[in-house]
Design a protein around this ligand. Structure first.
Ligand code: UT7
Length: 337
């Protein structure tokens, strides 16, 4: 790291999840599945589904952002840049970042953009925000991860391998220049491997087809997510430990130095594998997939927000964020809290 650049720190964090709780038992009324199968394979007991007319990707992000701003002691008008991570934007375009700006009532023409990096989207977005602060371009950056999966899932037996996993929710952080020497984001690490792009994908309506909308309708194609679950799992359990170790190595730490690991909540089995591989006790790894399922770009900030709320992260702790998902893309961030 170039030590002449200033560091950034997370000055506030917050989350929002829709009120509607959908249990595994609820899903058994929609498809052939069982609570046992879902819990044994994924650890998930329930997830949240949005309420049409009330929750949107942008306003859930705004709800999370308000809490993060409150914790930071700031107002929406203090925000100088919005970085919005989502794979389920309100519209194909424009992105949800500008909608969040409107939702928060920010009148100033500050920049806002979306990051489409799926499960690693939030860590990528955090890394980008960190660069803007490091270079001195902005002082207050809002980083949001928000997803509505439930409206786009095949909730029949045909789609059960994917649809039981995903849930809706939002998380946000406010990034500011660090006020304490050596504290804040120590480093971020970003990777992708596009050869696996189709392993976890929503393919249609692809813009590379003539008359893409007609193509989908005429060919009776669906627009549901496809996932080669076993292959994604196989890569995830390799990339998570790798990218965590990369962050530790760069900063001269060992796995036992981690105070709290916040992995993307993809599957409890993946998290347990990573925990075992890193040799971490239960107290040093955070899991809430049991209650929310996999909320993609929202999962890391929701988990971070809950960990902070529960007092499981204290000043001076070494916190590691890590994510892996569609792309494939994967990333980590090491933070001296
Ligand atoms: O967010 C980042 C990216 N995502 C991930 O990291 C997810 C990674 N992958 C996984 O978590 C797991 O692969 C899954 C949880 C998605 C699936 O678990 P699995 O152990 O790989 O199961 P499978 O897909 O191999 O399916 C095993 C069996 C199949 O039946 P047969 O062919 O053995 O008779 C499926 O049809 O389980 C069946 N099955 C189900 N049964 C009941 C699939 N989904 C369900 C279901 N309920 N919901």
């Amino acid at each position: 790291m170039n030590t002449t650049l200033r560091m950034s720190e997370i000055a506030g964090v917050g989350h929002y999840v829709p009120d509607r709780v959908v249990t595994n038992a609820d899903l058994t009324t929609l498809m052939e599945t069982t609570d046992e199968w879902i819990q044994e394979r994924t650890g998930i007991r329930e997830r949240r589904w949005f309420e049409e007319g009330k929750d949107t990707t942008a306003n859930m992000g705004a709800n999370a952002a308000r809490k993060a701003l409150e914790m930071a002691g700031l107002q929406p008008d203090d925000v100088q840049l919005i970085v919005f991570a989502t794979l389920s934007p309100d519209y194909f375009f424009p992105g949800s970042g500008v909608l969040l700006q409107r939702e928060l009532g920010i009148q100033a023409p500050i920049p806002a953009f979306d990051v489409r990096n799926q499960c690693s989207g939030f860590v990528y977005a955090l890394s980008m925000a960190d660069q803007f602060i490091k270079t001195g371009m902005y002082d207050t950056v809002l980083v949001v991860g928000s997803e509505i999966h439930s409206s786009g899932l095949d909730i029949s037996t045909r789609g059960r391998a994917v649809s039981v996993i995903f849930g809706d929710g939002a998380g946000a952080v406010v990034l500011r220049p660090s006020t304490r020497e050596g504290h804040g984001i120590l480093s971020t690490h970003l990777h992708s491997q596009g050869e696996h792009a189709e392993e976890l994908i929503v393919k249609e309506p692809g813009s590379n087809r003539n008359k893409r909308v007609e193509y989908v309708v005429d060919n009776h194609l669906d627009m549901y997510p496809y996932m080669n679950g076993q292959n994604v799992f196989k890569h995830a359990v390799v990339r998570f430990p790798q990218v965590i170790k990369e962050a530790l190595d760069q900063n001269g730490f060992q796995p036992q130095d981690i105070d709290m690991l916040i992995p993307h909540q993809a599957n409890l089995r993946i998290t347990q594998y990573v925990q075992q591989k890193m040799g971490l006790p239960d107290s040093k790894i955070f899991s809430n997939i049991q209650r929310y399922g996999n909320t993609t770009a929202a999962s890391v900030p929701i988990a971070l927000s809950e960990a902070v709320q529960e007092g499981r992260i204290q000043r001076g702790d070494l916190v590691c964020l890590a994510a892996f998902g569609s792309g494939f893309t994967w990333a980590s961030a090491l933070i001296k809290w």
